[in-house]
Every structure is written in C-alpha cells, then in structure tokens.
Design a protein around this ligand. Structure first.
Ligand code: GLC
Length: 685
C-alpha cells in the first residue's frame, strides 16, 4: 500500500518523483486514512504517534548518531554545522525524514516531506511511544506498507528516484587534509604515495587553494600553474577535487559577487538588501539556491574549474554554516561592552559564554534572511533544510548541461532527501575516536535507506589526533564504503598513510580495497539501478532471526558479503554472530589470507591489527582482482580480460554464480542486466 497525503500548502521540495502512481488522499481524509498512526493537530503543526512494544524497531533517518535501530532517542531534522557527533547530538548536517517501523509482521515506512525541523521522538520521552512532531501545517506525508523491510525500502527509493552515480575512479583511495597550502604540498602527497606504492586516485583541495576563500578562484601565488598541476596529476592517475563553499565573498571587483548582486541572486534581508553573514572569507552573501535562476547561475560557475581539467567537487558549509551575521555581531559587541568594568557574577559569565557560543549558526539569524520561492519571499528558517540540497542540485543540473555524457564527482555536507539524485554526501566533521568508527558503520545502512549510496566518513577522523591503530582499523571499514577518503583538520596530527611507521600494513589494506573495487562498484550500481541497499542491516536480510535483529556492529555489503570490523582499541579479535553458515576470509593482504568454514551462531574470531574479516554467504561469490593496480583505471574489466587476474572467492555451495556489473565508469551509459557478466565457480564450469 502506498499513499500520499498533502496537508496545507506544502513547499515544493522535489524530493519525490513518482508520486502519480501513489494513491492520493485529500486533506480532509487525512486523519482516517493514515494507517496505524494517530494524528493530532497541534497549535504549531501535527503530532503523529505510534505505540511501541518490546520488539518494535525503528530504522532510517539517514545521517544521525546512535545505532542502526533508532529506537530510544530523539532525533531532530535540522541541518546543522555540528562537529560534535557525540551520542546525544540530535542533529547533524543532513535532514532525512524517512523512517521505517518494524513491528512483528507489520512494517511500514513514513516520509514527511517538509523542510521544517521535524522531531522524531523514537521512545525518548516515553519508551513505549514513537512521537513525531512536525512544527508546520504544510507538508506531504508518504506512507508505504509492504510485506518486508526491503520491500518498504524499494517502494521508497522508487518514489524518490535513482541515486546519483559517481565516476568509478571515485572508488579509489582518496587523500585530503585541510592544510595543504600550495602546489608543492599537493605534489608531495602524490609523490609520497607513489614512492610507497600505495594506490591513490584523488587528492582534495581544501579552502586554501582559493584566493582568500573566494569560490571559483585560484590562489595565484600558491597555485601559479594550476592547469598544469591538474594535468600532471591526472597523467599520474590522480584527480584533484576542490571544495566549493556556499557563501560568496563580498568584494568589489570579484566577478561572482558583482554578477550575483547585479542579477539579484543573493538572499535578502527584511529590507530587501543582500543579506550579509560571516564565513571563511569574512562577509559573504548567500546565493538563493532555492530560486531556479539563481541556482542555474551558481551552477554554471563550476565551469571555471571544469575548464581547468577538474572532474570532481565537494560542496561545503551549505547548511548554511554561519560564523555570524552583521546583526548578531552588533548585539554581541553591545552585550560585551555592557559588561566591561563590571564585577561579573555567575549570570554575567554564563551569559557571556552563551552569547559567544550562539554567535555561529544562530537560529535567530536563520530568520533574518529570505528566499524567493514561487514568487513569495520566504524566511530562511522555513526552508532551511533545503539549502545544501539546492546548492548541490545547482551543481548537478549545471553538470548535466555542461558535461551531459560525463559523470562528475560531487558530494555535499548538508543534504535533504531529493539531493541523493544530484550527489553523494560525506558525513562531516567527525573525530578521531573509536566510537566514530562504529558510528560510520552504523550510519551506512540508514543513509542507503534514504537514497544516499555514494557516501563515507572522514577516514581516520577529521578532528583530534588520530592514532596509527585507529587509522588501520578505520581502513578496515572504509575499504568497503564507496567514498574512501582520509581527511583531517588543520592543526591535528598528520594522517596521510605515509605519516605512520607501518606503511606495509596500510599498503596491504589499500591494495585489498582495489581488489574489492570490481565487486563494490558492481554492488553499488545494482543498489542504484535496482533500488536496494548496498549496506544491509542483518535484521533486514534475516527477518526471522531475532538475534540478527539486535546486531549493531555487522552489516551485509552487497549480496555476497558480511563485514564485522574491529572498532575497539587493542582488541585482537571480536565476537561475530553468523545468522547462517558462512565462509570467513581473514585477509592480511590480497595474497595472504586464511579461510574458515563457520557454522551459524556465535564465534570469537581473531583479527589482529592489519587483518580484516570478510564473510561470504553460502551460495554467493566474491570476484577479487588480485593484480597490482595503482589506480582504479588500472583494474581491467573482467569481461574484457576474461577473468585473467581475478580470483573468485565463494561461500559454501555448488553452482555458485555471481553477476558482475561493469561499465566504462565515466559515461552515463549504464549497462543493463542482460549485459552483466556471470562469474561461475571454477569446478562447476
Ligand atoms: C568544514 C568541512 C571540513 C573542511 C573545513 C575547511 O569544517 O566540514 O571538511 O576541511 O570546513 O574547509
């Protein structure tokens, strides 16, 4: 059953595409026709509730902290520039209002399509109740009930349309750091990886490549021969991926600023003037990404970099993150000035701290500027969650026009469902903590449910100092995620793999990743083309198994594999639950691994530092490229080389066939199922 309810006068988000096939219910019938949930109109909007029994589980919600089962906490959909991803964080960078309820034989999905800050109380205030508070009377509600959890996901993913497809090179290992200052730094990273024979496909350019943090500029002294650098790196198989920030610096003579002002493409304040906030370059204006002309205008500026040979971008600070507004800053200084010379008591000190802490990303500032939405001026706070989505849409739509046949790498920090069609996401400013490694694993399936497939976290952790063992263990997880990028903040311990003594271990793990790329890319593409999960919770794959439903630190990756990363420091092994018999491959490198046939049930398995456990399901197979590839393009297509250089690792069973998806990795001519390559277990040929 699929139903859509249109309540009030919803803002058009373009999150859903295939609505026409959904049964529409008129506003007056809403209350009676939304199955299972109780709906109450409140002063500010609506309250939906659903009773939870002991075994009810809640999934989805995309980019949020805590477990795969979201029960027991309150999550708020509010795109936030929040680097503190601790377990009590209610909001991160994305707003993904899709959840799935699994309650015995019944399972249904609910998508609340509204840019307002929805509160999902999943048994937080009352353990026995799911309560969703929508602070708006205008929204669309999509309800779907299917026979199983995977079917619910499929129905939802069909509704929201096909996810963004990244170029295949973006499945290579990628190196980033906020702090690469000039051409020399970039060349050095490439050189060090090459010297150590660690594969590398991309190096990221963070804000310092720009001239004083101005979008679509290149710092003339630091990168005097930018195009040459891009071409040289490309010749070595390394792509440079520049960051683009949402705010446009206010500066006379800067063409992006001048054009934006002249064309009226920036967000306005209540007086109709271009609104000013502070971000990296100081004062900036925010392009009105919700307005189609402004969006198209901003998107076409990426051409400046495409023309210099760039083939990928990351969109940042697009919640949007605000360091301050002019108005907020004035209030702040007035407050501080008032305290000067005073004998400060507790209230003054706390007030002072509060003022300083709330200068950035202030909810008051989000009310101070406006977007043009279908001819109306709408305050930003009412459409806040759409900003990052629309910035990425700006780029994605412009790429479709400028490079219609080529995939451009694109991912964003902030997002809303709908953006998954234009780009992927990275999960923002995590920290070098063991708990964040686990969080990375747990977030993957939830993101997939919401349509985000090209995704991954900052490997090794962005903030704080990483340790060598954390980097090694994190490699053991991120070698499975589509985006495998090592990124760290300025001022933290340097985290490139060559900064650590055990580069042999690191090399083995990165090479293992390249061996896995054919399978991972194949499963990634299937997940997009067939609306399935690439990262599947055990609860979804083994619905009859109550034990599997509680497993929070193992997931299936594609149809053949289960992974169980080690995320505890100093551990040399871990407990693993097998919902069925599986064949465990304990990899130290592409060539060096143990094979163990394991029964269904609990096992304690050794996995020393540098060892990675991969479980192959019975009747399934894993094609593994065992040659030496320094870049993704050096991995030969299985079909072309007729399996030369490939191993086929299988689980138990006879007549095992794996259907491998392959394409050219860069054009948009995706291959059809009938053209996929069947790989058979040798002895059955
Ligand atoms: C933000 C981004 C981070 C980037 C930094 C500097 O914090 O999330 O990835 O390195 O800005 O641009």
């Amino acid at each position: 059953m699929k139903r859509v309810f249109s309540i009030g006068n919803p803002i058009k988000t373009d999150a859903a595409l295939q609505e026409e096939i959904w049964q529409s219910v008129s506003a007056e019938q809403t209350m009676e026709h939304l199955p299972y949930l109780q709906v109450e109109e409140t002063e500010e909007g609506y309250r939906f509730s659903y009773p939870l029994n002991d075994t009810t589980r809640i999934y989805g919600l995309g980019e949020q902290v805590r477990g795969i089962n979201k029960r027991g906490f309150e999550y708020v959909s509010l795109c936030s520039d929040n680097p503190n991803h601790h377990e009590n964080a209610h909001s991160l960078y994305g707003a993904h209002n899709f959840l799935v309820v699994s309650d015995g034989p019944c399972c249904f999905g609910l998508f609340l399509d509204t840019p307002s800050a929805v509160r999902f109380d999943c048994g937080f205030w009352n353990m026995d109740e799911l309560v969703i508070h929508v602070p708006s009377k205008d929204m669309k509600v999509y309800f779907m009930e299917e026979d199983g959890l995977l079917e619910v996901i499929k129905a939802f993913r069909q509704l929201i349309g096909k996810s963004y497809v990244a170029p295949k090179w973006a499945f290579g290992y990628q190196q980033s750091r906020w702090g690469y200052m000039d051409e020399g730094d970039i060349r050095n990273v490439a050189k060090r990886y090459k010297e150590l024979d660690i594969p590398l496909d991309a190096i990221y350019l963070d804000i310092d490549y720009m001239e004083r943090f101005k979008d679509f500029t290149i710092h003339p002294e630091r990168f005097p021969r930018f195009e040459e650098l891009v071409a040289d790196m490309k010749a070595e198989g390394v792509h440079l991926v520049p960051i683009i920030d949402a705010g446009v610096k206010v500066e006379e003579g800067y063409p992006v600023y001048e054009e934006g002002v002249a064309l009226g493409h920036f967000c306005k304040n209540a007086a109709g003037e271009d609104f000013v906030v502070g971000v990296w370059p100081g004062f900036v204006h925010l392009p009105d990404m919700l307005e189609p002309d402004a969006r198209s205008w901003f998107g076409h500026w990426y051409k400046v970099l495409l023309d210099k040979g760039i083939e990928g971008f990351w969109n940042d600070m697009n919640e949007p993150a605000l360091f301050y507004s002019k108005e907020g800053l004035e209030q702040f200084f007035a407050y501080m000035h008032n305290l000067e010379g005073k004998n400060l008591d507790v209230n003054d000190v706390f007030g002072m701290r509060w003022m300083a802490d709330n200068l950035a990303n202030s909810q008051e500032d989000y009310k101070r500027f406006f977007h043009k939405v279908e001819g109306r001026m709408v305050p930003h706070d009412q459409v806040h969650n759409l900003y990052g989505y629309m910035m990425t849409r700006a780029a994605g739509e412009a790429f479709d026009e400028m490079e219609p046949d080529k995939r451009i790498l694109l991912f964003s920090r902030s997002s809303y469902i709908g953006m998954h069609r234009y780009g992927g996401i990275w999960t923002g400013d995590n920290q070098s903590r063991w708990s964040h490694l686990l969080m990375n694993l747990q977030m993957m399936p939830s993101l997939n449910m919401c349509g985000f497939i090209y995704t991954g976290a900052d490997m090794g952790g962005f903030g704080e100092n990483s340790t060598e063992d954390l980097v090694i263990r994190w490699l053991g997880l991120s070698m499975f995620t589509p985006l495998m990028r090592n990124h760290a903040a300025i001022g933290t311990r340097e985290q490139e793999l060559y900064q650590f003594p055990h580069t042999d271990i690191m090399r083995n793990l990165v090479k293992l990743r390249y061996g896995l790329v054919p399978y991972l890319y194949s499963e990634y593409m299937k997940s997009i083309l067939e609306e399935t999960l690439m990262f599947t919770p055990l609860a979804f794959a083994y619905p009859e198994d109550a034990r599997a439903a509680e497993v929070e630190d193992q997931v299936l990756v594609g149809e053949s594999l289960m992974i169980a990363p080690v995320y505890v420091q100093n551990a040399t092994g871990r407990y693993v639950y097998l919902p069925e018999e599986m064949t465990c491959y304990r990899f130290r490198s592409l060539e060096d691994y143990d094979v163990m046939e394991l029964e269904r049930g609990d096992h304690y398995l050794r996995a020393a530092l540098g060892e990675v456990l991969v479980f192959v399901r019975p009747g399934h197979g894993l094609p593994l490229y065992t040659g030496n590839a320094g870049h993704v393009t050096e991995i030969p297509s299985y079909a072309e080389c007729e399996g030369e250089g490939y191993a086929f690792l299988t689980g138990k069973g006879k007549n095992i066939t794996y259907l491998l998806y392959e394409d050219d990795g860069i054009s948009k001519a995706y291959s059809e199922r009938k053209d996929w390559t069947p790989i058979h277990k040798q002895e059955d040929l």
